[in-house]
Each structure stands twice: as structure tokens, then as C-alpha cells.
Design a protein around this ligand. Structure first.
Ligand SMILES: Cc1cc2nc3c(=O)[nH]c(=O)nc-3n(C[C@H](O)[C@H](O)[C@H](O)COP(=O)(O)OP(=O)(O)OC[C@H]3O[C@@H](n4cnc5c(N)ncnc54)[C@H](O)[C@@H]3O)c2cc1C
Length: 405
């Protein structure tokens, strides 16, 4: 029998991305009532972005009833390759099998963010405890000692107030709540831009790629990932070049031929150019307002850590918020969420994604050789390979965060 939380005001979640939806499921399974407001009319009407789900996230999604729905919609990716430029042999190959005693799912699942959103929203629709309101944007809020009142605007311009016990901003990187609470988004932006392309072409024809490949090169580094229907490429883009020129079809075609010459035109399904920020909010909490996911921290896509660490926030916060609302713990338990997840964001996610970005493009020959040797040493020694994969798959970040008091 579902026991409903003693607190009769709902938790209000702003944003129905993967983090907001997972948080709503984590709360509802403990009997907490939730209202989610999402400004999009159609949740699937957006770019796919994230495409790799790491093993600890798969376990969390399983707990939320989502893994079984996603497994068949993705590709199991046990291997991860590091390549040096156009060399025919990889520098190093890592296999998630070294994690078989650490995790129930010793592989990453190549499964894009929209499938997570789609499956999560289908489950949400079956639950009476969750009221998901699309085409509804949070435009303001105020809080007092007992509650938080959110002003929302619907598509026709009508406004309404919703009162809840807590507000969680899962609004993504441009979080209105974070800005309204005057919380600094500490960090920096890389000067060069990053280009992502989805390409309908089988890159396996010339090299024995796995589903996840990091190609190290000072000029033409690349991440090459197989999604179910297309290959996803992340490439560098010069900071001084005109963005329109960089996204010109002819320029992209030339860049792809340099990367992987075929002499035949590539079918580029989607393209985007963006500036990568490495930032963590100075606080994840201001009274009854909490931040999770990209609203709290953003990072380079190299290493596939943004959506994953956001879902880890959602599960951590869902557990603590439910305990507070069910009268099992005091409100200060929410400060533990902040300490644990800021620790994971700063010590693990930021550090690893900054290192990954530098590794891709290292140009100094001595440092480059040293990094390649280090990768080889890690891959060749089973103990070191496990340590490497514990970090790369975010298991270590979840364990270390749980140990923070
Ligand atoms: C190119 C690229 C590749 C990436 N690849 C990966 C990867 O492989 N693996 C990985 O883990 N991560 C990856 N990421 C990062 C990942 O996409 C994000 O970390 C993840 O989507 C964050 O989820 P979220 O729910 O916090 O925010 P979002 O997904 O941004 O969702 C926020 C939601 O809030 C809504 N919203 C915003 N403001 C309001 C408001 N005021 N009122 C109501 N609704 C609002 C938005 O419409 C949106 O639906 C990638 C990112 C990029 C850019």
C-alpha cells in the first residue's frame, strides 16, 4: 500500500528534463506528492544531447522502474577505445567487465536523453501522486518559513500560483531559480567551441571501433559514439572562426573527409555548435529552494557525465526530501544532499571532465606521450583498469559522495 507523505503540500519541480522526471519518480515511490511544471508543450521537442548512461545510473534507473524500458531501446557498450589520431591500433581498450563485482550492469548503455525523458514521462503519467503540467513556465517564486509559492505562466499567457513545501529547480543550465536566489555559478568557459554532429554512416568500415571512442589529436581530436540509429561526433571548433561558417554544410563535409576520408558525401542528420562551460553553483540550496542537475552544475560532454550526475543528484535528493517530508529526519538532512552532491560535482565531475578535455587535445609531445603511456599502463593492469573504470563510470563519485557527512 502506498503511504502518502504526512506533508500535504506538494514538492514543486521546475523542469521535466531527465533530472526533474527522475526526482519526481524518486519522491512518488515514497508517497510524496509532486507538481512538475515544464515550459515545453511537447517534452520530446528538443535536441537529444546526452547519449551514454553509466552503470551506477542504470542501477538507479532500475530502482525507478525505468531500466527494463530503456534496455531494448539502447546499445550495450562494454568497451571504450582510446585512439591516437589515425593510427590503426588503439592506444588502450577498457572493458567494463572489470567492474563485474562492483555493479549489476557492467556496461554503459548508449541511449539518448530523449528516450529517458519519454519513458520516465510515460511512468509519471500513470502515477496519481505526480501532476505534470507541460506548456507551463515558472516565472517567479517567493518563500516563507513553511512554504514556497511559485508563479507559473501557461502558453496563453494566463498566470497562476502554486504553493508547495519545497521548490527544486531542475531547469537546466539557465536556471531561473538559481539566478533569482543570486547564487553564483562558479567556474569558467573553454575558449574554443565544440561541435556535435549526428551522422548516418557506419564508421566501423575502416577501423575496429567500439560504440565509444576517444580519438586523441592536438588538432583534430574527436569523440565518436554509436547511438542506436546514428554515430555521434564531438569535434573541436576554432574560437575565432565565424559560427555560421563552421556550421556551413561544405565546411562540415571537408572536416568529415579530413577526419575519415571516404570521397563520398556524408549524411549529416544534425549539427550544433556551443561553448563548453565548467561551472558549479556556489550553493545548491537557498531555504526551501534546491538545485539539481544542470541547474546546479555543468561540464564538457567528454566523458558523458552531465545527465548521469544529474540523475545521481535526483536520486540522492529524492531519498532525503522524502525522509524529511515523512517525518523521519529534520530539514538539515537536505544540507547533507548539498554537501554530498557538491563534493561529487567538484571533486569528480569537474576534475574528470576538465582532464578529459585536455587529454583529447594535448599538443606538447612529452606530455602527450606520458598521457598515452599512462592509458596503456592502466588498460594493461587489471587492478589499474578497475580503478580507471570505477572513476570513468562514476561509481567512485557515487561512493565518495555517500561517505561525505
Ligand atoms: C552536446 C551534448 C552532449 C551531451 N552528452 C552527454 C552524455 O553523453 N551523457 C551525459 O550524462 N550528459 C551529456 N550531456 C549533458 C546533458 O544533456 C545534461 O546534463 C542533461 O540534459 C541535464 O538534465 P537536466 O534535467 O538537469 O536539464 P535539461 O535536460 O536541460 O532539462 C531542463 C528542462 O527544464 C525546462 N525548463 C527550463 N526552465 C524552465 C522554467 N522556468 N519553467 C519550466 N520549465 C523550465 C526545460 O524546457 C527543460 O525541459 C550532453 C550535453 C550536450 C550539450
Amino acid at each position: 500500500m502506498m503511504i502518502t507523505s504526512r506533508n500535504n503540500k506538494p514538492v514543486i519541480i521546475a523542469g521535466a528534463g531527465p533530472v526533474g522526471l527522475c526526482l519526481s519518480l524518486a519522491l512518488a515511490r515514497r508517497g510524496v506528492r509532486v507538481v512538475i511544471v515544464e515550459r515545453l508543450v511537447d517534452l520530446l521537442d528538443q535536441v537529444r544531447r546526452a547519449g551514454t548512461i553509466h552503470p551506477p545510473t542504470l542501477e538507479m534507473l532500475d530502482e525507478l522502474g525505468l531500466y527494463a524500458k530503456l534496455e531494448g531501446r539502447g546499445l550495450k557498450a562494454p568497451l571504450m577505445h582510446y585512439w591516437n589520431g589515425a593510427d590503426s591500433e588503439p592506444i588502450a581498450v577498457f572493458d567494463h567487465a572489470v567492474l563485474k563485482d562492483d555493479v549489476r550492469f557492467p556496461f554503459a548503455l548508449q541511449c539518448d536523453r530523449l528516450k529517458v525523458v519519454e519513458e520516465a514521462s510515460k511512468v509519471v503519467a500513470t502515477l496519481d501522486l505526480i501532476d505534470l503540467r507541460t506548456a507551463t513556465e515558472m516565472i517567479d517564486f517567493r518563500q516563507d518559513a513553511d512554504s514556497v509559492t511559485v508563479t507559473v505562466k501557461s502558453q496563453d499567457g494566463a498566470t497562476e500560483e502554486i504553493t508547495g513545501c519545497y521548490l527544486v529547480s531542475c531547469e537546466g543550465a539557465h536556471s531561473f531559480a538559481r539566478k533569482a536566489c543570486d547564487i553564483e555559478f562558479e567556474g569558467f568557459a573553454f575558449p574554443d567551441r565544440t561541435m556535435t554532429l549526428s551522422v548516418d554512416f557506419d564508421f566501423n568500415v575502416q577501423r575496429d571501433y567500439s560504440y565509444r571512442n576517444y580519438i586523441l589529436d592536438p588538432v583534430q581530436w574527436a569523440n565518436l559514439f554509436k547511438w542506436t540509429d546514428v554515430w555521434r561526433l564531438v569535434l573541436p571548433a576554432h574560437p575565432d572562426e565565424d559560427p555560421d561558417k563552421l556550421l556551413d554544410d561544405k565546411v562540415i563535409a571537408e572536416q568529415l573527409q579530413r577526419f575519415h576520408p571516404t570521397g563520398q558525401p556524408y549524411n549529416v542528420v544534425s549539427k550544433s555548435l556551443y561553448t563548453v562551460h565548467q561551472r558549479v553553483a556556489k550553493a545548491f540550496r537557498a531555504g526551501r529552494v534546491l538545485l539539481a542537475g544542470d541547474a546546479a552544475h555543468v561540464n564538457s560532454p567528454i566523458g558523458a557525465m552531465g545527465m548521469n550526475s544529474g540523475i545521481h543528484d535526483a536520486v540522492n535528493l529524492g531519498d532525503k526530501l522524502a525522509r524529511v517530508l515523512n517525518g523521519e529526519a529534520g530539514d538539515d538532512l537536505l544540507d547533507l544532499y548539498v554537501r554530498q552532491r557538491r563534493h561529487a560535482a567538484i571533486v569528480h565531475i569537474q576534475a574528470m571532465t576538465i582532464r578529459n578535455k585536455r587529454l583529447m587535445a594535448e599538443g606538447e609531445p612529452g606530455a602527450r606521450k606520458e598521457r598515452h603511456d599512462e592509458l596503456r599502463r592502466s588498460a594493461d593492469d587489471p587492478g589499474k583498469a578497475r580503478e580507471f573504470m570505477l572513476r570513468a563510470s562514476l561509481i567512485q563519485s557515487v561512493r565518495d559522495a555517500a561517505a561525505v557527512q
